[in-house]
Write a protein that binds this ligand. Structure first.
Ligand code: ME8
Length: 479
């Protein structure tokens, strides 16, 4: 398995505001999957980044009285800070304003679509939702407003270049039906297939007139027509290959493309399961293998969104509980396939029950016993990932994998209580010690299994075992 490559991407996020817990979910889920593959010996590449050539970013900058490009640097530094705190082990952070890394590949890809005869010019009228960065139709609106963003779309009439997506509808449908391009979970596969079957795939507007108020350096110019920049979704989707050097220095591209997994939220399914494979087919490039589509985190039953203003700030949770507690919550208490709700009360409750009283208490019990009664540290043995854990993780069921580990935490806790090595040791030193050694060995396994999910905790427990000492500050109870 060691020579396998594994390339995973997250969406590139819009830097018009700070990231919220939904974005933290996507990146944490992605990080867990990548860390698991890295542990299994795969050669991994993990890409994330920011989607910067957008109207909404310009609007947000203007609102704060800042120059857009200067505003971007501040927000992107924030993204990187959050990802560092959350221990996101990405290999590259791509920015779509990066003229050296991103633009050559986006331009080369555009050229391929032109060469295939799939780009044509057309006058266009339509309703544009800045929140979506997409054209909507009357059918999409509720009371004249975009139901996701609560705002009325702008009416635009302009010259655009169009991408002939309709030409690829059948081929895309077939690739998804046969799982050649696998959409997970099944419900999302059905969703996109019935969309293609019922509504078909229309050609997409793929450029916008360059705006006078946009600063230079924003928007990838359409090759051969300075008056137009690429439509933001066209250049954004290209990031998955431009970051690997497509169109400039394609060593990484050759090694890692096609992507093994694109992780996205359900809101951007159509872009990834229709437009993106259409672009790749037109360019004659291989399709990604799997699209993992997760649900939305809601807060008190409502979608968490920057526009709706009901976001939970991951930084706040991290400063109160620590980043490992946030990773724990996202991995275990949110399903990767369905929507999941979070409230601060529930967060505190599961933190106390499963981290402070559960894992934290178990580590403390076992290692206090070891520290007091063993003359030297128990030797660390290498641990296999049990088949059940591997199966769940291969199926992206990160929450089920966590349940498996917590089940074992429960077993070990019960074992300790029932066997009472702390009593045994008073009458039979040898037997008592060998019982404690067994408990430490079980704890070692749990610590290894935790590595992709809670890397810092895993390390602290292993260090504690190696030093024969209880680690300090592991999940203090919150009242
Ligand atoms: O769509 N729950 O960027 P974006 C869970 N730039 N995940 C959520 C979420 C929620 N409430 N809200 C957002 C874009 N997300 C484009 C992507 S890719 C070539 C371009 C996550 O900043 C989820 O992964 O709006 C969703 O798909 C993504 O953030 C959208 O991020």
């Amino acid at each position: 398995m060691a020579d396998k490559k594994f390339y995973l991407t997250t969406p590139i996020f819009y830097p018009n505001a700070k990231l919220h817990l939904g974005h933290a979910y996507t990146t944490t889920l992605s990080d867990i999957i990548v860390r698991y593959h890295r542990l299994m010996g795969d050669k991994t590449y993990f890409l994330t980044g920011s989607d910067e050539n957008t109207q909404k970013m310009v609007d947000a900058a203007v609102k704060e009285g800042k120059e857009p490009l200067e505003f971007l640097d501040g927000i992107v530094a924030n993204f990187a800070g959050l990802f560092r705190e959350l221990e996101i082990s990405y290999d590259q952070f791509i920015r779509t304003t990066d003229q050296e890394k991103h633009w050559p590949g986006a331009t080369a890809l555009w050229q391929k679509l032109v060469d295939a005869g799939d780009i044509y010019e057309k006058e266009y009228e339509g309703l544009y939702c800045v929140g979506h960065e997409a054209f909507l139709t009357e059918k999409d609106l509720v009371d004249g407003k975009c139901p996701d963003h609560g705002t009325a779309p702008e009416f635009l009439k302009e010259k655009n270049y169009f991408f002939r997506l309709s030409k690829y509808a059948n081929e895309i449908q077939k690739k998804i039906e046969t799982d050649e391009y696998r959409v997970v979970p099944e419900s999302r596969k059905h969703e996109i297939l019935s969309f293609i079957k019922n509504e078909g795939l229309e050609d997409v507007s793929f450029s916008r007139p360059h705006k006078d108020h946009w600063p230079k350096g924003l928007g990838v110019p359409v090759p051969g027509d300075d008056s137009q920049v690429m439509y933001v979704w066209c250049d954004a989707l290209a990031n998955y290959i431009t970051a690997l050097g497509y169109g400039r220095d394609d060593e990484l591209y050759k090694e890692f493309w096609p992507a093994d997994v694109h992780v996205i939220g359900k809101d951007i399914l159509r872009f990834h399961a229709a437009i993106w494979p259409g672009m790749l087919l037109s360019a004659g490039l291989p399709l990604p293998k799997t699209l993992l589509v997760h649900g939305f985190i809601t807060s008190g039953g409502k979608k968490m969104s920057k526009t709706l203003g009901n976001v939970i700030d991951p930084e706040e949770l991290i400063s109160e509980y620590g980043s490992e507690a946030v990773r724990y919550f996202l991995a275990r208490h949110i399903s990767p396939f369905e929507d999941g709700d979070i409230t601060r009360e529930q967060f505190k409750e599961v933190y106390n029950a499963n981290l402070a009283n559960g894992l934290g208490n178990l580590v403390s019990r076992v290692l206090t016993l070891a520290e007091k009664n063993l003359e030297s540290a128990v030797e660390i043995e290498t641990t296999e990932f049990p088949m059940q854990l591997r199966n769940t993780l291969d199926d992206f069921e990160v929450n089920a994998a966590m349940d498996f580990i917590w089940q074992h935490i429960g077993f070990l806790d019960k074992h300790l209580t029932e066997n009472q090595p702390y009593k045994e040791i008073k009458t039979n030193l040898e037997l008592g010690r060998s019982m404690i050694i067994e408990e430490v060995k079980e704890l070692t396994k749990i610590a290894h299994w935790l590595a992709p999910f809670l890397p810092e905790t895993s390390k602290k427990i292993i260090e504690g075992i190696m030093a024969n000492k209880k680690p300090e500050n592991l999940f203090a109870r919150k009242d």
